[in-house]
Design a protein around this ligand. Structure first.
Ligand SMILES: Nc1ncnc2c1ncn2[C@@H]1O[C@H](COP(=O)(O)OP(=O)(O)OP(=O)(O)O)[C@@H](O)[C@H]1O
Length: 235
């Protein structure tokens, strides 16, 4: 379980997170929505160690991640994708997948099989010897997801996975994300402006507004919350 408590982060005079608390139970999907600039990406950046929060705690299975460098947070089982995918452009897809498993105590054959499994899942296996730079933007997002999943994470943080992805690939992505908690024992924090996908996928939704949690609950609860409708959905 990932528990974030009272997280605060400022950039100069701007308070991007004003005391945010969220809980991600095991094998679940937490959707995070909110207007531009409400602090969603900053929350992810604090969780995976890109930023050190000013205050608050982030505990994964009771271990505080605050202050850990990014690679150690990753080694604890936190995977992350970005709004603009960060794959290794000048490596082949298989090399990208292999790099993600360097810390793993497994044989070359085991790593190869896992790489093939995930590339097959995201329907990129036929391109496994191509360079990542040859992929479309949407395919790079799929590769990035495959690359974090091949490392066998406990928690993945997905930042706008559907942005810039064509509808067909987005449907495939939704299907893959949906089965990750139960099939792979991994929880998901999903940040997206795509409300339809958020409502479809999330067990619980947090609505952020100006660096704070404005509301949370099920899709139905969030949709009916007057504060949410006024501040966000009705905007
Ligand atoms: N490194 C940084 N330096 C200065 N300000 C930053 C930095 N990162 C984020 N901010 C500011 O913090 C606030 C929250 O930004 P953040 O990217 O977390 O919002 P967001 O909800 O993810 O927005 P969007 O939906 O547009 O991606 C914004 O005002 C942003 O300009």
């Amino acid at each position: 379980m990932l528990v974030v408590e009272d997280l605060k982060k400022s950039f100069g005079g701007l308070q991007a997170l004003k005391g945010v608390s969220v809980t991600l139970p095991d094998e679940s999907i937490l959707g995070v929505i909110g207007m531009n600039g409400s602090g969603k990406t900053t929350l992810l950046n604090c969780i995976n160690g890109i930023y050190v929060p000013d205050e608050g705690s982030i505990r994964l299975d009771n271990i505080n991640l605050v202050g850990m460098p990014i690679h150690r947070v990753a080694a604890r089982g936190v995977g992350r994708t970005f709004q603009v995918p960060r794959v290794f452009q000048h490596m082949t897809l298989m090399e990208n997948m292999d790099v993600a498993q360097v810390a793993h105590d497994s044989t070359h054959d085991e790593r190869y099989a896992r790489s093939e499994y995930w590339l097959h899942k995201v329907e990129l296996l036929r391109l496994r010897h191509n360079y990542a730079e040859e992929l479309s933007g949407g395919q790079q997002k799929l590769l990035e997801l495959a690359r974090i999943m091949v490392a066998n994470p406990k928690v993945i943080l997905l930042d706008e996975p559907f942005a810039g992805v064509n509808p067909e690939l987005a449907q495939m992505l939704i299907g893959i994300i949906k089965e990750i908690p139960q099939q792979h024992g991994c929880s998901v924090i999903l940040v997206s402006h795509d409300l339809t996908s958020i409502y479809r996928l999330s067990n619980h939704i947090v609505v952020m507004n100006e660096g704070a949690v404005l509301a949370e609950g099920s899709a139905a609860q969030v949709k009916e919350n007057p504060a949410v409708v006024e501040a966000y959905l009705g905007a």
